[in-house]
Design a protein around this ligand. Structure first.
Ligand SMILES: Cc1cc2nc3c(=O)[nH]c(=O)nc-3n(C[C@H](O)[C@H](O)[C@H](O)COP(=O)(O)OP(=O)(O)OC[C@H]3O[C@@H](n4cnc5c(N)ncnc54)[C@H](O)[C@@H]3O)c2cc1C
Length: 282
């Protein structure tokens, strides 16, 4: 590994200033993604700004009105094992639990997972379904944007130079029932070939509202708006499941990659969407 400078700011403002003043500096959180890039020579750092010494950037709070707030430095393991997350957002706990393995989840942060912008990830799919937002901080000011607008494409996010993702904000769960399912083409510890988040609100057997998100098959998680609209006001019968699956399969625009061809992923999405919805209903 080549030599690089390591800065260890104690405050968020200090970290933002370091990143702003040096365009070559890069934030370091859990390091599970960044250190791999460095080891393979894909990224050659001049300065790394270690975020781990900054106080107040981790932890999980829940408020009935405001929902969930998760500090960016909270580990993925702490999200999946949080009693608050497990009680109010079990499908988010599940999406985090399905990331890699316990060693990675202990080191990796939820903020790093989102800021890295790798489309083959699990938590973003569940979080887009939950209509989550992220707080982006630059020195003294913070802006909040929807996660669906933050994730722009493969390794592309709306982060501006000198900005850090400081927290994740998730609206109250209301009466959603949901699930997240992950499909890998290798071992269960691998990154997803596809991930499906389905949230459903039912009233007397009728679908009042559906949120359906397909992740890991295209450069960012995609809401299946047509399928959602189609499901509203209907009983989710086998025929409706078939139609929703077929619609999702038609709408996705998959990428060919090492985990599967585009045509394979298109078919897979139809199957997984039906499975996810069936799991929520039963
Ligand atoms: C073997 C392996 C298997 C994996 N499997 C999965 C999987 O199945 N599912 C899945 O979802 N993910 C998977 N991952 C990805 C893993 O979840 C991410 O690597 C991790 O969440 C990144 O978080 P980190 O804290 O380690 O980030 P780092 O590696 O420290 O940083 C990643 C990037 O984000 C930037 N960054 C970090 N924090 C912030 C912040 N607060 N604000 C702004 N920028 C920031 C860094 O500058 C860097 O560019 C896997 C990773 C590995 C190594």
């Amino acid at each position: 590994m080549r030599r690089f400078e390591l800065a260890e700011p104690q405050t968020l403002e200090e970290a933002c200033a370091l990143l702003n003043d040096d365009g070559d500096a890069k934030a370091l959180a859990g390091g599970t993604a960044l250190l791999t890039l460095i080891k393979h020579g894909i990224f050659i750092p001049k300065t790394l700004v270690n975020l781990k010494k900054i106080g107040g950037m981790s932890g999980i709070d829940y408020d009935r009105q405001r929902g969930l707030r998760i500090g960016a430095l909270t580990s993925i393991y702490d999200v999946e094992s949080s009693p608050l997350v497990c009680q109010y957002y079990p499908w988010l706990a599940e999406a985090c639990h399905l990331v890699a393995n316990i060693r990675i989840r202990n080191m990796a942060t939820i903020g790093g997972n989102l800021a890295h912008g790798d489309y083959q990830s699990d938590p973003p799919t569940a979080l887009v379904a939950l209509d989550a937002s992220v707080d982006l901080t630059r020195g003294t000011g913070t802006r909040q944007i929807k996660l669906s607008e933050f994730l722009l494409g493969s390794y592309e996010t709306a982060l501006q130079p000198g900005e850090l993702l400081s927290a994740l904000v998730v609206p109250p769960p209301d009466s959603w029932r949901g699930t997240y399912i992950k499909f890998t083409t290798g071992s269960s510890e691998e990154r997803p070939c596809a991930g499906i988040a389905a949230l459903l609100r039912m009233e007397q057997g009728i679908c009042r509202d559906l949120r359906l998100v397909v992740g890991a098959v295209s450069p960012r998680p995609v809401r299946m708006h047509h399928a959602e609209e189609f499901a509203r006001g209907k009983e989710i019968s086998e025929a409706v499941l078939q139609t929703i699956g077929a619609e999702a399969s038609r709408v996705v625009d998959p990428i060919d990659d090492l985990r599967g061809s585009a045509s394979y992923k298109r078919q897979l999405v139809g199957v997984l969407v039906r499975r996810a919805l069936a799991a929520v209903i039963h």
